[in-house]
Design a protein around this ligand. Sequence first.
Ligand code: PLP
Length: 223
Amino acid sequence: MNIADNYRKILEKIPEGVKLIAITKTKTPEEIMEVYECGHRHFGESKAQEMVPKKEELPDDIRWHMVGHLQSNKVKYIAPFVSLIHSVDSLKLLKVINKEGRKSQRVIPCLLQLHIADETSKFGMSFEETCELLESEAYKAMEHIKVHGLMGMATFTEYEEKVAGEFRQLKNHFQEIKKKYFAEDEAFREISMGMSDDYQIGIKEGSTMVRVGSAIFGERQYT
Ligand SMILES: *Cc1c(COP(=O)(O)O)cnc(C)c1O
């Protein structure tokens, strides 16, 4: 199967209202263009230093999503163009994004990443930390970021019921946070959950964005 076929097969399984973000890490511009030529425009990377050269080489109408853990000192490279940062995992990082958004004269769309998996290697805030962030004076004063929803990564396991339970928990957190802080805010509506191995579970549990890499482009070779 080629990349375009993989892409079309996956797109068929994604209902209206759920956005597919094609994750391009380690993949070449030629490979990415196979999906672009199918009409796809939403692509994601997990590293700023990989996103920037691809953005420069590839067509201008691509919407770039940052999905990986973002170091504060890398924000400045993507702030002028990034379409959505899925992986905001601290107030400190959000402050830097706000500062860089001001420099670029933009409001940068963000998702707050919650830790829902067992692995401590995965990033993300607890529900309580997320509430603290949203209640802080620093957050309330920010004019160059906009929080559109939440993101989470499930535990890497074959056990689907466990993954479904973690996604359900994220959905519950989303509803609570929506009620508490964003009741009047239409823009707070995204739940980014689901990757190649679990996007169908994510969709079943209420995902609005799935981040799919290897199921489209094939396994990644890290050299
Ligand atoms: C790499 C990555 C993905 C895509 O992973 P696949 O399993 O290849 O679909 C999704 N989200 C994040 C945060 C990633 O780093």
